[in-house]
Design a binder for this molecule. Structure first.
Ligand code: FEO
Length: 401
């Protein structure tokens, strides 16, 4: 076992690497694997472990901790990829006190099915380790209700939990050890991570960033996944500010799955209607686009028009999967319309509309459905659907034609 990597004198990385992981939380593929980052902070009198690791990776964590006595385990976020090794840590260090928000302590109790010695912290609370002071900054919904930042003031190290993280298992602990290609991959992985994990909570991200504004600029961002950020700490902060700001021109996506080209023709007409009204519109062939990538494009849109044929009474699986990748946090308020060509029944778009309503999207009640090949009039109706979506985006309430 190599010696733990120092972030500063007395502050060490003791996390675990999971280079083979290819699917995280069932929702995102992780081509670069990931890491579960944990950090040991030693003061003159006390030692704190910030985060643990996922269950199954205890040996790496315990080896990194070594013989150091642990007085506190800071749980910035109690999702089991970080709290999963807590049981093993508390077994090895039964005198340790868990430190976290009220919800984090509650979640830990429900995972271990027992009460643990705990200190619930609130905004402004601190923990003096002796010459090193941890400051706690609760920031709920980044991306669970339990989340907080921990700020090590003396070393200007921000332990940020999932925030600023990336599923990127690097051969080095620090970002400044990466070559240019790896650094570009890390930046891409951070954006994918933001979209998949933080995107539904952009408003909370913006509030959380405001809470950091009162601190000094971090010299180091020690997130819970991916390399420790030194060279790119400021860039990561700037990225998160930009991504969570949510301003900018309205965007639409017209997604379609088409067997014989009829629904595709309708999709092109819907997109033409949107574009004629000045709305930036992506046209996505869902059968040709990676499902995660299609979802990411749609997550960032203000309006979604989804076209599908009808296959045995339902929509095409690609169209259904696109909406399956939404949740109510992400979907709420987005404009939605459905359309499609069919052969002999035509329920596909209706099933999509029902799902969109369950997701709390604003559904344009008009649905363009066409038997087999669209006529010029059908294409005009599809173009009109796009125009009405554009009008709704501009501020009018969505209405039937
Ligand atoms: Fe990395 Fe939300 O757990």
């Amino acid at each position: 076992m190599a010696a733990p990597i120092a972030l500063a004198d007395g502050v060490h990385f003791v996390g675990a690497f999971d280079p083979e992981l290819r699917l995280f939380d069932l929702i995102m593929h992780t081509p670069w694997g990931t890491s579960y980052n944990a950090y040991l902070v030693r003061g003159r009198e006390k030692t704190a472990l910030v985060e643990t690791v996922k269950h199954g990776f205890e040996p790496a964590l315990l080896a990194g901790i070594g013989a150091a006595p642990i007085d506190f385990v800071v749980v910035n976020h109690a999702e089991p990829d970080h709290a999963g090794a807590l049981a093993a840590v508390l077994e090895r260090h039964p005198g340790a006190t868990v430190v976290g928000t009220n919800r984090a302590v509650s979640f830990v109790g429900e995972q271990l099915n027992r009460a643990v010695p705990a200190r619930v912290v609130k905004a402004g609370d601190t923990l003096d380790l002796g010459g090193r002071t941890l400051h706690f900054v609760p920031a709920p919904f980044l991306h669970w209700p339990d989340t907080m930042f921990t700020w090590l003031a003396e070393d200007r190290i921000l332990f940020s939990g999932d925030v600023f993280g990336a599923h990127y298992c690097a051969p080095a602990v620090f970002d400044d050890a990466l070559d240019a290609a790896a650094a570009a991959d890390l930046a891409a992985a951070r954006r994918v991570y933001y979209d998949a994990i933080m995107g539904p909570f952009a408003g909370h991200v913006a509030k959380g960033l405001q809470k950091l504004a009162g601190l000094a600029a971090p010299a180091v961002i020690a997130a819970a996944h991916g390399p420790v950020l030194r060279a790119t700490a400021a860039a990561a902060l700037a990225d998160y500010r930009a991504w969570s700001a949510g301003a900018g021109p309205k965007k639409a996506v017209v997604g379609h799955a088409s067997v014989y080209g009829y629904t595709k023709a309708l999709a092109e007409a819907v997109a033409a209607g949107l574009r004629a009204a000045g709305v930036a519109t992506d046209l996505l062939d869902l059968a040709e686009t990676d499902a995660e990538q299609a979802a990411r494009v749609c997550w960032g849109a203000d309006a979604i028009a989804l076209g599908s044929p009808t296959i045995n009474g339902g929509p095409a699986p690609q169209a259904a999967e696109l909406l399956a990748r939404f949740d109510p946090f992400r979907a709420k308020g987005k404009l939605f319309a459905a359309f499609g060509s069919y052969g002999w029944s035509g329920e596909g778009p209706d099933v999509l509309v029902a799902r969109a309503k369950d997701l709390k999207m604003q559904v344009l009640e008009e649905t363009v459905k066409v038997a087999f090949a669209p006529t010029a009039a059908d294409l005009g109706a599809a173009r009109g659907l796009g125009a009405r979506l554009a009008a709704a985006l501009a501020g009018a309430a969505p209405t039937a034609a």
